[in-house]
Ligand binder design. Structure first.
Ligand code: URA
Length: 235
């Protein structure tokens, strides 16, 4: 791999910046200063120091974010703030994208990655990755409505797959779905004459929202979380 590609993939510098910093003697490979960035290295074996920092190569990045209200789940939007705007420049350079969508006013667990293949697998309807949301509704949900929702309900020409609802009040609880149709939970509640007033995702497959993250904060997945997510444990 070219040294400038490594630095750009790790979010450290654009190719142009790498070339400039190499000329200034800021890049070392295995202890020797390199002046040009077209050098090929083995990112797993060679030691690269960039501006005094050891660069550890990692092919893909996985981030857990606690999404706040008011941000759209996209990489770019002409008018709205996107979840990418919550990341620092160094992370944004890594070509991350949200793994699945939450509505602008939905909160909670969002995974961002640049691993297209695994994101596609996690989002594929045939893999039935479960997602749990805390919700509040405008009106109480009766036992009959809960059953209709759980069995599958027509949300305008589409019958939803069976889901699980745990009520902890007459108009609040948790709902676990295994698919992700557009505005799915809002449309499900509308189908029983009700309305969602609060929606927060708290799990995604085997991962739970880290409650120490404030709204808008993020962290990398731990090695163990990454393993669980990628190996499909509990999915
Ligand atoms: N269902 C919705 O209606 N909105 C979301 O953001 C997620 C699931």
């Amino acid at each position: 791999m070219r040294i400038d590609k490594l630095l750009s993939e790790m979010g450290k510098a654009t190719r142009k910046e790498s070339a400039r910093l190499a000329r200034l003697g800021k890049i070392l490979v295995n202890g020797a200063v390199i002046k040009k960035c077209d050098m090929h290295i083995d990112p797993e074996k060679d030691t690269v120091i960039f501006c005094g920092e050891r660069i550890v190569y990692k092919r893909f990045t996985y981030i857990m974010m606690n999404k706040p209200e008011g941000y759209v789940s996209a990489t770019e939007d002409g008018r709205e703030m996107t979840v990418l705007d919550l990341l620092p420049e160094e992370e944004r350079r890594k070509e991350l994208f949200p793994c699945g969508r939450l509505d602008k006013n939905t909160l909670g667990l969002m995974i961002l990655t640049n691993d297209g293949e695994n994101a596609h697998r996690l989002l594929s309807p045939k893999n039935h990755v479960s997602k749990t949301y805390r919700f509040k509704s405008k009106l109480p949900i009766s036992e009959g409505e809960k059953q209709r929702l759980e069995l599958g309900i027509d949300i305008g020409g589409y019958i939803t797959k069976p889901c699980k609802i745990k009520l902890d009040g007459e108009a609040s609880g948790e709902i676990t779905i295994t698919e992700g149709k557009y505005h799915q939970i809002k449309r499900m509640l509308e189908a029983v004459g009700n309305k969602i007033t609060y929606l927060e995702r708290i799990t995604f497959g085997p991962l739970s929202l880290d409650t120490s993250l404030e709204r808008g904060e993020w962290r990398y997945l731990s090695e163990n979380e990454e393993k669980k997510l990628l190996e499909g444990e509990n999915i």
